[in-house]
Design a protein around this ligand. Sequence first.
Ligand SMILES: CC(C)(COP(=O)(O)OP(=O)(O)OC[C@H]1O[C@@H](n2cnc3c(N)ncnc32)[C@H](O)[C@@H]1OP(=O)(O)O)[C@@H](O)C(=O)NCCC(=O)NCCS
Length: 336
Amino acid sequence: MVREWDPRTASSAELESLLALLNAVLTADTPGDPLWQNKQVREYLAEVMPGERRLSWLAEDTTGPEPRAVGHISVLLLGDIGVIELYVHPDCRGVGLGRRLLAEAARRSYMEGFSSIGVEVVGGTPAVRFYETLGFRCAYAETRSVLRLGQVDWLALGEMARGIGTGYRVEYHPGGPPEELIESYAVAKAQVRDPDEGDLELRPSSYDPQRLRDSIACLHRRGMKPYIVLALHEKSDDVVGLTEVVVPAQHPTRADQYDTLVIPDHRGHGIDRAIKARMLFELRSAEPGLVDVQTWNAPGNESMLKVNADLGFEPDREWFEYEAEVADLVQRLDTA
Ligand SMILES: CC(C)(COP(=O)(O)OP(=O)(O)OC[C@H]1O[C@@H](n2cnc3c(N)ncnc32)[C@H](O)[C@@H]1OP(=O)(O)O)[C@@H](O)C(=O)NCCC(=O)NCCS
């Protein structure tokens, strides 16, 4: 049975059942990735940025004493794209449930006037064939890398943290950048924004101060704690480099690296290395339960790949962004 489902009003039993589904999928598809804990799962699923909406559907097996979640799809409606996340329990795959759930999300996106659907697809999992079969095209490819804190060479890292050119100051801000630096922080992000990068902006960054405030507030509401390390140019007090890591309550042993950037005029002074190294020291003491940090990089981004390798990040698996036109998808799913 498939029905529209709202995490805000769902029972705790439904949320627990959904969590069990997600963990079964993780175990089957990405063994080694941490399983999710039952912490702020409702908030994680329910909270969105102003102007965005997330709709979801749940497939349940109702033959047992208690209904059991066997499939789930959500579509986050942002701008003109709907970003989907779709999970089918490994025991229930290959019988058309994925297709059925996708049809719900595609039809609704079509009715709401959205033109395209995007999805992050993990390399080496059945999802690649699934989306290709349904006519999605691969728009962007990245590599995920993981750094295990237990294997970090802290002595070498200390040198990197100190190896920044003169005229710069490094600051650590757990929780987010302070209000007095928000403006300068957003300017730095806007300056390094690359409109030709080619990704689908399925996880858009925030380039203006208000959006940045909103996105930090949204992370907190979803149970995701942001940590920021900044490089400031001492002469101007401008933000010239930044790195962002988020520790989610749902899988607190693994942190997610978000944006890292150094604005072009200030490159070549060891800022990237210094801020990332400082971040790892801060995370080690602020989050004693943290085991590793994951990051995603485009294969062409040589300089960042080099710094990440020096820090101890190891490439783990490919990660793709796939896209389909909603109208085509609806037609394909209806006629199949
Ligand atoms: C991708 C996924 C949703 C597919 O669900 P499903 O219910 O098995 O898919 P369906 O049965 O509806 O299949 C639809 C089409 O995709 C194709 N397909 C699905 N899985 C496939 C596979 N492993 N190999 C080849 N084709 C596949 C089917 O052949 C089918 O096409 P057809 O109807 O023309 O035969 C499911 O595998 C899943 O949940 N994967 C996890 C997703 C994820 O994000 N994992 C990362 C870790 S969180």
